[in-house]
Ligand binder design. Structure first.
Ligand code: ARG
Ligand code: ASP
Length: 723
């Protein structure tokens, strides 16, 4: 009997499907935790092929895109696809660069951009590309400097101190950069060492009608037909090492680049996404999720809806306004739409209730095992979230409707900030010059009338009863003069009329004639007054309360994960995303979206033609693409006679994973990750393998557009394509 049972058990273990799907795994730990499961799921390579510090591995071809000031915060991922540092990432990742190079004369958003030769590739100041050199678990080194008696603030200070020291030691005498981040809410720490390149140029991008096809209408949804890709190139100094932007720089020769598979994908095929997911919150408690879904998100959605109504109307009215506001609108709309999907998904999957069950189990386990450090933990969570509600709402309004509402508010604060130590500036001319550049850059993408309308709408919303009276800054309330007619329009108009910040020429003149005396005048500016009023309330009253609560939560969060790990010792936990390099693996798969609806795993050019509608901006297909389709001029980039456009898979991804390579079982590039499907966007808080899908643009569509549509053969020639 026992023998039969054992055989049966062995049988079950052997036939158990790969766990896959959920999880964003640490490259250096794949060997320990994942590789067997990955191979069971069909992966043909080894853990060392993915991450190795002694020889070239796939990680050497993955780049994190960042900004000069924050190179460790990777806003997107990209991958190297040639031995000359050619990089592919998403169109929406380069959108800011494409937009910055655009004007009415050179409208690259509308027309696309393809550098004819390397000399034509466009410089993007401030963009960085990081390549991971190595990782190290530094948990013990950090814990060695901590003790149980420390307060949370002391602990944080000490951790930072040790981290900065270890980072400095790790890269001493090299041109590398190191960064330590907490994992599992501070239960573990890993150091990442990067080589950071600072000369990243724009090589090509399709026009928005392809790169952003479907626009914000289709964003976060499947079926999808977006050609969301662009091409960059990393330049290095003549020694192949990172260098400041210079015309002496040469294309970077990478240790590794991805080969491209044009062989296509089938449902069930193994896929892996290798990139830099930004933030997830898989271990939040029911209290946190409930607050996000019922308090924070609904208000933020409401504020952004008002903002978008104004911006979209402006963009519809005028081509120049469309260019100016394209990138801003996309970024406001992106989170706005995601929050709505997230609320729906959390509701549909009863996430709050599921978390409550887990919390109950946890409490019972803690009590029956006498785990005193965990007893009462969930009650403390409840109390803290109850207290947090008021402040998080006040903070949401301060940031979404106030400081991050009308742009002029932030602009006024920044100019004032730059002038605070005017008397101490040795080189006053330099200061003036950089301020004037800043003003010009701001005004390039700014429209006074549009922003005035935004301010009006923001102030209307700010004055609502759900935020406690004391959290509405007085500068946002109407003075008696306007209050009688409830006239926010005239209030905003008056502010805009009297301010210097809304008058570019006057502002530039003011900077030209700067003096200690003239600066005092700016302090009386009405827009700056509003900005300061909002900021003061936020910084003096709201933020301190919130930080106190957040710091207590930080301690609970650390305990909570430690407790969960203790309670479920057989489970392999993955850490939340934190903008460090991760591997997600799963398979190509369609899904049942709702009752009676099954979505297939890929879309084709045919679907673009079906959506084609010249009267709808998001669906207006370029004539050239129509012609290619009509003539069925597809080159070798087809599957069953059609050009594949996008596909979906079960890889666990999030923001920051955009542009990530989607790889097949042999580590060849089959697509670029760029989004997730609507029904599963709650995956940042709860992943479900039935419904969560990442969306990728098929590499064959990328090649088809580069080759047949853009005629940029020189780029195709650089790549290694397996047919
Ligand atoms: N939803 C995708 C992501 O979060 C794409 C965003 C860019 N596209 C857009 N229409 N705003 O980044
Ligand atoms: N679109 C996201 C990005 O830009 C990816 C996602 O959230 O799924 O990283």
């Amino acid at each position: 009997m026992r023998k039969i049972a054992l055989c049966f058990l062995a049988f079950i273990l052997l036939t158990l499907p790969s766990l896959a799907d959920e999880g964003m795994w640490i490259p250096m730990l794949l060997k320990k935790y994942n590789i067997e499961d990955m191979q069971k799921a069909g992966f043909k390579l080894t853990a060392e092929d993915i991450y190795d510090i002694n020889q070239a591995s796939l990680k050497d071809a993955v780049i994190g895109l960042g900004n000069e000031g924050s190179p460790f915060h990777h806003f997107c991922t990209g991958e190297i696809v040639s031995d000359q540092g050619l990089v592919i990432t998403n169109h929406h990742c380069s959108f800011g660069m494409i937009q910055a190079h655009s004007s009415l004369e050179h409208n690259y958003l509308r027309d696309g951009f393809w550098a004819q030769s390397m000399a034509d590739e466009l410089i993007n100041p401030k963009i960085t590309a990081s390549i991971l050199v190595r990782m190290e678990d530094v948990t013990d080194k950090i814990n060695a400097g901590l003790n149980a008696g420390m307060s949370e603030n002391e602990r944080t200070k000490k951790v930072n101190e040790i981290c900065r020291k270890l980072e400095a030691e790790a890269v001493k005498g090299t041109n590398l950069a190191a960064n330590i981040k907490p994992y599992f809410n501070g239960n573990q720490y890993f150091l990442s060492v990067f080589k950071i390149f600072r000369d990243v140029r724009l090589v090509g991008a399709p026009n928005s009608a392809i790169g952003k096809f479907g626009g914000d209408t289709d964003n976060w949804t499947w079926p999808r037909h977006t050609g969301d890709f662009s091409v960059l190139r990393i330049y290095a100094g003549p020694d192949n090492e990172p260098a400041a932007i210079s015309d002496k720089n040469v294309p970077y020769k990478p240790a590794k680049f991805f080969k491209i598979s044009a062989r296509g994908v089938q449902e069930g095929d193994f896929t892996m996404v290798f990139g830099y997911p930004g933030t997830t919150n898989e271990y939040l408690t029911s209290y946190a999720i409930d607050q996000i879904a019922t308090v924070e998100d609904p208000h933020k959605i409401k504020i952004r809806t008002a903002k978008l109504d104004v911006i979209n109307a402006a963009m519809e009215s005028d081509e120049l306004l469309r260019i100016k506001y394209a990138a801003k609108a996309a970024s406001v709309a992106n989170a706005w739409k995601k929050w709505q999907g997230e609320i729906k998904g959390l509701d549909r999957f009863n996430t709050v209730d599921n978390k409550r069950v887990l919390e109950n189990n946890f409490n019972n386990w803690a009590k029956s095992n006498g785990k005193t450090e965990y007893i009462g933990l969930t009650d403390r969570y409840k109390a803290l979230y109850d207290a947090r509600k008021e402040y998080i709402l006040a903070a949401a309004y301060a940031s979404e409707a106030g400081l991050g509402g009308a742009e002029i508010i932030k602009f006024a604060r920044e100019i004032e900030h730059a002038l605070t130590n005017y008397d101490k500036f040795a080189d006053k001319e330099q200061l003036k010059k950089s301020l004037k550049n800043y003003i010009e850059a701001f005004y390039k993408d700014y429209d006074v009338a549009t922003d005035q309308r935004i301010l009006t709408e923001m102030f209307k919303l700010y004055n609502n009863e759900e935020i406690g009276e004391q959290w509405i800054p007085s500068v946002v309330r109407l003075s008696p003069k306007y209050a009688k007619l409830n006239d926010y329009d005239r209030y905003a108009a008056n502010l805009f009329k009297k301010s210097i910040f809304t008058h570019k020429d006057n502002l530039l003149k003011f900077i030209d004639n700067l003096s200690e005396k003239s600066i005092t005048k700016i302090e009386k500016d009405p827009i700056l007054g509003v900005a300061t009023g909002i900021y003061t309330l936020y910084a003096n009253k709201i933020r301190p309360e919130l930080s106190k609560i957040e710091s207590e939560l930080k301690l609970l969060n650390r305990l909570w994960i430690a407790g969960l790990m203790e309670m479920q010792p057989e489970k392999t936990f993955y850490p939340d995303a934190n903008s460090t390099l991760r591997v997600a693996y799963g398979k190509i798969a369609g899904y049942h979206a709702t009752d009676a609806v099954y979505y297939m795993h890929y879309t084709t050019l045919k679907g673009i033609m079906e959506k084609d509608n010249p009267n709808i901006y998001d669906y207006n297909v370029p004539q050239k693409l129509r012609d290619l389709y009509k003539n069925r001029d597809f080159g070798p980039y087809t599957q069953d006679g059609e050009v594949p456009v996008c596909f979906i898979a079960t890889n666990h991804t999030t923001g920051g994973n955009s542009g990530s390579p989607v790889l097949d079982a042999e580590g060849n590039l089959i697509g670029l990750n760029f989004d997730r499907a609507w029904e599963g966007v709650m995956s940042d808080m709860q992943y479900s393998p039935e419904i969560c899908r990442n969306i990728a643009v098929d590499i064959r569509y990328v090649l088809f557009i580069i080759d047949k549509y853009a005629g940029a053969q020189r780029l195709i020639d650089e790549m290694v394509i397996i047919h």
